[in-house]
Design a protein around this ligand. Structure first.
Ligand code: NOJ
Length: 538
């Protein structure tokens, strides 16, 4: 697979995952090849030409393995078999082959923290206190008054413990009660997951996105979490407690190292991209390992959660620049299947802001991860009962609508069914308006899609833009400008006001105002409100 080995110019070649762009696919909503209203593997394979045209280096597939769908695939009942509605095992192999033929790598979701309650391990574990797999999960006796063993809360609301009436003990779950947490202190659990990892790597999978990998180990003594304090970030205050004992335990690093050793034992080495929902760059840095022997890439949640504001974004990025261990490589994303879409969340549905955000995202030092639809500026779709599918929306509506808004089907065109499914078929989630769709934007050189494609291509051509260092350029309030490597810069005006920027001259390569592409400018540089561009500097 020589075509999969990227060089990035002079010096040692950077690994593909540093110089490349990743693209998250939410398989249920990408493309429905068999007209059942749900996206599937064949649908993804059918759009491989599009992904190659867009220029992405790898796709990450949200779960495709067997699941009763209490949490839409994140409750796994068989780690090594494809969910029948998604396709067959052969369809998966064909998808991987089709991707590799086009130079696109395939990452799949790996969910080690918990299984489905329907996984045979848990079915056995809950059958009796002496069951073969009992200790594969976290069990504890009730408190003397019969209540839960400690005060841990589930991140999906309510206690993190459910009483199992049959055996008289509570089991622990950081998410839904249908998602019992595994006991990662148990060596057999570790061995079983080593086998699962190898199973997929042997199958040709190029890496994993690892679900909530920061919480897999829990305090062995099951100590109570301390209450939140007014100094804690708003989300922690709202939660009411600091997740000190059921998350981010130091012992989890042994497990990450173990997985990394397996990933590195393959040729070419496989990639570990972690979901690491932590609030600060120092904690985030730990997931790369002090010797860079844990995750290759760790998602940055402070970035997703920051407002689209020059000072706020810059602060997050510069924390990462200073606090990540030397050699650790950041990963940046603006949307995913859990958060709202950046075209809505950051940009308030304003296309100009969404375009500026895209220039920022694709101009940073670090690996950008686009979520399907980001490239066309897809906005959230308001989903209401009875259409809600996310268990969180179903449970908390109307206080919280859940995550469906960012999970609706991909609009490939504006026909009925949006090219996602057949016109007569009801899609599993509503499609929303199809005004922004791939077909229209693909034929429009001024579109967001054309901007995304051209920014990706530019990144690919230039070692400065894919692996070059970050250095801020002094800029007026509301503007964030930074150099990339020796000869490139990214300038984004995060305000409505026209601005001028001193000390920079050169040529605009690609920008939000496509009419300016190729324009030479001398200092001071003028930018209109929400204009952003990548520049070749003098
Ligand atoms: C994070 C996943 O991204 C989310 O969709 C899921 O609900 C939880 N982990 C539990 O697996």
């Amino acid at each position: 697979m020589d075509h999969l080995v990227d060089a990035t110019g002079a010096g040692a070649p950077a690994p593909w995952w540093k110089s490349g762009v990743l693209y998250q696919i939410y398989p249920l909503s990408f493309a429905d090849s068999n007209a059942d209203g749900f996206g599937d593997l064949q649908g993804i394979a059918q759009h491989m030409e599009y992904l190659q045209w867009l220029g992405v280096d790898a796709i990450w597939l949200s779960p495709i393995t067997v699941s009763p769908n209490a949490d839409w695939g994140y409750d796994v009942a068989d780690y090594c078999a494809i969910q029948p509605e998604m396709g067959t095992s052969a369809a998966f192999d064909e998808l991987v082959a089709a991707a590799h033929e086009r130079g696109i790598r395939v990452l799949i979701d790996f969910v080690p923290n918990h299984t489905s309650e329907e996984h045979p391990w848990f079915v056995d574990a809950r059958s009796s206190r002496s069951a073969r797999h009992r200790d594969w999960y976290l069990w504890a006796d009730p408190a003397p008054d019969g209540s839960a063993p400690n005060n841990w809360l589930s991140s999906f609301g309510g206690p993190a413990w459910t009483l199992d009436e049959t055996t008289g003990q509570y089991y622990m779950h950081n998410h839904l009660r249908e998602q019992p947490d595994l006991n990662w202190w148990n060596d057999e659990v570790r061995d079983a997951f080593d086998d699962i990892i190898r199973f997929w790597f042997d199958r040709g999978v190029d890496g994993f996105r690892i679900d909530v990998c920061n919480i897999i180990i829990k305090d062995a003594e099951l100590r109570d979490n301390p209450p939140a304090t007014p100094d804690d970030p708003p989300d922690v205050q709202m939660f009411g407690q600091r997740s000190v004992y059921n998350a981010n335990r130091p012992e989890l690093h042994d497990v990450l190292k173990r997985w990394r050793r397996i990933a590195d034992s393959y040729d070419p080495p496989r990639l570990l991209l972690g979901e690491t929902p932590v609030d600060d760059a120092a904690t985030l840095g730990a997931f790369y390992g002090a010797d860079l022997d844990e995750l290759h890439l760790a998602f940055n949640f402070p970035f997703i959660n920051a407002p689209l504001d020059a000072a706020a974004m810059r602060k997050v990025v510069e924390h990462v620049e200073t606090l990540l261990p030397d050699g650790a490589w950041p990963a940046w994303t603006g949307s995913n299947h859990d958060m709202f879409r950046f075209a809505t969340r950051w940009a308030g549905d304003d296309p100009a802001r969404a375009r500026a955000a895209l220039v920022m995202l694709l101009g940073l030092r670090g690996t950008p991860v686009l979520y399907q639809g980001d490239e066309i500026g897809l906005r959230d779709v308001a989903v209401e009962p009875p259409d809600l599918r996310d268990p969180l929306g179903v449970k908390y509506w109307p206080a919280y609508a859940g995550r469906d808004a960012a999970r609706t089907p991909m609009p490939w065109n504006h026909a009925s069914g949006a090219g996602f499914t057949e016109p007569e078929v009801a899609p599993w989630l509503p499609i929303g308006d199809t005004e922004r769709n791939v077909a229209d934007q693909r034929s429009d050189p001024a579109s967001m899609l054309a901007l995304a494609r051209d920014l990706i291509a530019l990144r690919k051509q230039s070692p400065d833009l894919n692996v070059g260092a970050y250095a801020p350029i002094p800029a007026p309030d509301g503007v964030w400008a930074w150099r990339r490597g020796d000869r490139h810069a990214v300038v984004v005006n995060f305000s409505d006001t026209e601005i001028t920027l001193d000390r920079i001259s050169g040529r605009i390569l690609v920008g939000t105002d496509r009419a300016r592409d190729g324009e030479r400018f001398e200092s001071p540089m003028h930018l209109r409100g929400w204009e952003g561009c990548v520049v070749r500097t003098d």
